[in-house]
Structures are given as structure tokens and as C-alpha cells.
Write a protein that binds this ligand. Structure first.
Ligand code: FAD
Length: 398
């Protein structure tokens, strides 16, 4: 989605019409952009001044308008955030302040208003935060439509190109499968889960490596008597970049409600199911890193482990979901086929998980790293910011 959005903005702003998009897979959307919750976030969570804060609200508005223009499914269902513990109630104020500072619309609800939206929802303090502008889309359809539009406007797509070699001095890429050499004026690295490896080829971002976290989902059965018609989120632990298990109605006319995603360490960048794409040496290195983070409790990491690392276990996921809807029972849920992996980076210099998007200059290239949530939501505005930082647009145009 990030690569497509940059191509889209290059065309929209008439910067160039000579664009080639190279992807290692036979089709687009096989990784994060086709495997996410589909929520266009309204911008409540992000620290004012961060890149996420700068691009989320305007990106969501622009993507929503484009989705509507294309006639793609959209569920304008809004979102409620409830404190699941008494000590989290005050954090609603912080989220509301951040939302307002970022230009998002937010309102406080009392218990009666919350009951009207989701009768089964529980707020420990009776208060909740309402975001009317959160919507849900179908990410895979957005990716497919955007690709179609770009193809029609002359963008060349090369698929199945996993092995290629970039020569930054000669400014060309040698493709192994097609055997072709492609010269470039500027290269944008938007390789998601592999973006750190691509950046390392250009001799940059050596302080970062991927620490992938898997997001598994469950869903409410058709016959479950509880069917929230709006997003229902907990107050998140703001020391880690995960939003907590939430309920999300899909963008179908008869919405299916997902519960998730979990945030469990993954043992391979693309280890979606079972032993598929395991990377044992990366898994071992990451396990030792996670253990060190736990022992030192850097950035409150122990709380993440206690509250979120084991959510892949069904009873623990059920317990997290019951904090939001206490009457939920195990027999209301079934596993979903949906699973995604976050392209979360770890910074070896600061020993922290990176929270914000990272956009680094390289030789005749720009590298977009840590494109975690809400990069999908923000993609159109993020693309403008990337073009600004690469010198193709005047600052602040987005
Ligand atoms: C479980 C989950 C839930 C999420 N929920 C939301 C949400 O509700 N809302 C939201 O805004 N965001 C959400 N996100 C985040 C969002 O999905 C990502 O921020 C966004 O999709 C990132 O897009 P991308 O283009 O950077 O990465 P990707 O979609 O992963 O695209 C990268 C592309 O690069 C290709 N590639 C990789 N390596 C190479 C290589 N060496 N050569 C050529 N091609 C290569 C891949 O095949 C892929 O097509 C979620 C993420 C996850 C994992």
C-alpha cells in the first residue's frame, strides 16, 4: 500500500510518469496490506508531533474519499474505546487530548450513551471515548483497485521478483528472474517486512532489525447473540505499539465481527501458519532479545509480556475480549483465517521497539521502515511526506 500510494502521488502531482513497481510475490496484498484489520484510524493514539500524528488524520480522509469514489465497500461504523481497568480511565483524557491535537473528532460518552451503541460493552468507569470518523474498509480490494488504476495510468508492474541486486553507484537494479537491468533515477524501498534487509543492501539502517509480531484473529459466530455494530477497543498500553485485542465489524452489508489481532512474537517474517517460512536463527536472536527486554523491563516491556504475549492461547484471548464484553462465552467464537505480521523494528542503539514510521535517505533512494499501523490508513498523506523528504515536493504540501 505504501509503494502503491507513492506511485499514485507521483502521478497525481505530475512528478514523473515513468514508474516501475517491483514485487517479489505473484500478486499484491499477500503481506500486511492484505492482512490487516481494515480500520481507517481517526488519529487518536499518536503523540502530537510524531510522523504518525502528522499523516494519520489527513491520510484517512483522503483514502476514505478515494474508496468512496471507487465505490468500494466501506462501513462508517465509528469506534468506541473503553477502559478495561479502573487505572486506565484517566488515559481516556490523554487519548482525547491527543486526538484533538491531531485534528481528529472525539467525544466522551457516558454509560447510557455507551449502552445505546453496544448494550453488552463494559466500561469499568462508565466513561468511553467515541470516534465518529473511524471507518472499516476491505484492504485487499483497496490494494487491487489502486493497482488497477495505476496500471491504467501507465505504471509498470513486475511480479515474482524476489532476487534482485541493486547497484547504487550505477543506479540500476538487476532482476534475476527476468534477467533485465532497470535503471532508476530514484528508488523507494517500501518492502514492508523485508524493508530493513533492502535498506541494509544500500548500507543504511544497520541499527535496525525486524522483530516481527504476529496478529491472529478470532471471529463471532453467525449465531452469537452479541454482534457489536461499531469498533470496540480497549485503552491501549501506550508503551508498546499495539492497540490491544478489539472487536471490528467488517465492511460487508452483513458485517462479520473479528476479534484480535493478537501481538505474539513470530518466528519468521512471513511465518503466518505453522512451520511455514520459519527463520530459526532470526527466531533465536529475537527470543534472546525479548528475554533481555523482559529482564530489564525497558519501556515497561514486562507488562506487554504479561498482558499480550500469550494472547494466541484461546482462554487468554477470551479473557481479554471479556474485559470489553463480559457476557462473551467461548462458544460464541471461532478461529478466523485472517492472520498478519507487523513489520515492527527494534533499534539496537536505543534498545527499544520503534514506535513511529521511519523514512531514511540513502544513495538516490528513500527507505520506508517500520510501516506499522496506521501506515495503511495514512498511506496517501504518508506518500506525500516521503516525497517531501526525498526532495520531490515542497515541505508541508500534505
Ligand atoms: C495484524 C495487523 C493489523 C493491522 N491493522 C491495521 C489497521 O486496521 N489499519 C491500518 O491503518 N493499519 C493496520 N495495520 C498496518 C498495515 O497493514 C501496514 O502498516 C501497511 O499495510 C504497510 O504497508 P506496506 O506497503 O509498507 O507493506 P506490505 O503490505 O507488506 O507491502 C510490502 C510489499 O513489498 C514486497 N516485498 C518485500 N520484499 C521484497 C523484495 N525484496 N523485493 C520485492 N518486493 C518485496 C512484498 O511482497 C509486499 O507486497 C495492521 C497490520 C497488521 C499486521
Amino acid at each position: 500500500m505504501v509503494g502503491l500510494s507513492i506511485a499514485h502521488q507521483l502521478l497525481e502531482r505530475d512528478i514523473t510518469h515513468h514508474i516501475t513497481l517491483i514485487d517479489k510475490e505473484p500478486k499484491l496484498g499477500l503481506h500486511s496490506s492484505g492482512r490487516n484489520s481494515g480500520v481507517l484510524h481517526a488519529g487518536l493514539y499518536y503523540k502530537p508531533g510524531s510522523t504518525k500524528a502528522r499523516v494519520c488524520v489527513s491520510g484517512a480522509k483522503r483514502l476514505r474519499a478515494w474508496v468512496e469514489e471507487q465505490g468500494l465497500p466501506i462501513n462508517p461504523c465509528g469506534k468506541v474505546i473503553v477502559p478495561q481497568r479502573a487505572d486506565l480511565d484517566l488515559q481516556l483524557n490523554l487519548l482525547a487530548e491527543r486526538g484533538k491535537a491531531n485534528g481528529a473528532e472525539v467525544e466522551f460518552l457516558d454509560s447510557k450513551q455507551l449502552y445505546e451503541l453496544i448494550p453488552e460493552a463494559n466500561s469499568i468507569s462508565g466513561r468511553a471515548l467515541w470516534s465518529p470518523n473511524t471507518v472499516v474498509i476491505k484492504p485487499i480490494q483497496v490494494v487491487a483497485s489502486l493497482q488497477r488504476e495505476l496500471q491504467e495510468r501507465g505504471v509498470r508492474f513486475l511480479h515474482n521478483e524476489n532476487y534482485w541486486f541493486a547497484s547504487s553507484e550505477q543506479k540500476h537494479i538487476k532482476l534475476q528472474t527476468a534477467g533485465e537491468i532497470i535503471s532508476y533515477g530514484h528508488l523507494f524501498n517500501c518492502a514492508g517486512l523485508q524493508a530493513d534487509r533492502v535498506a541494509h543492501q544500500f548500507g543504511i539502517a544497520n541499527e535496525y532489525s525486524l522483530l516481527p509480531f504476529k496478529g491472529l484473529y478470532w471471529q463471532l459466530k453467525d449465531n452469537c447473540p452479541i454482534q457489536p455494530r461499531t469498533n470496540l477497543y480497549p485503552v491501549p498500553d501506550l508503551s508498546v505499539p499495539f492497540l490491544g485485542v478489539h472487536f471490528t465489524p467488517s465492511a460487508e452489508p452483513n458485517p462479520l465481527v473479528s476479534i484480535g489481532p493478537t501481538a505474539t512474537p513470530a518466528w519468521g517474517r512471513e511465518n503466518y501458519y505453522g512451520l511455514q517460512a520459519l527463520e530459526p536463527s532470526m527466531a533465536l536472536a529475537n527470543l534472546s532479545l525479548l528475554t533481555r527486554q523482559y529482564l530489564s523491563n525497558r519501556g515497561g516491556f514486562r507488562r506487554y509480556v504479561h498482558e499480550q504475549a500469550f494472547l494466541a492461547l484461546p482462554p487468554i484471548l477470551l479473557r481479554a475480549a471479556q474485559q470489553l464484553i463480559p457476557s462473551l462465552q467461548a462458544n460464541h467464537l471461532e478461529p478466523s483465517q485472517k492472520v498478519g505480521i507487523r513489520s515492527q523494528l527494534f533499534n539496537h542503539n536505543t534498545q527499544h521497539l520503534e514506535d513511529d514510521f521511519i523514512c531514511l535517505p540513502g544513495p538516490s533512494s528513500t527507505h520506508i521502515l517500520n510501516a506499522i499501523s496506521p501506515a495503511f490508513t495514512a498511506s496517501f498523506a504518508l506518500a506525500d511526506l516521503i516525497l517531501e523528504r526525498s526532495g520531490f515536493l515542497e515541505p508541508n504540501i500534505s
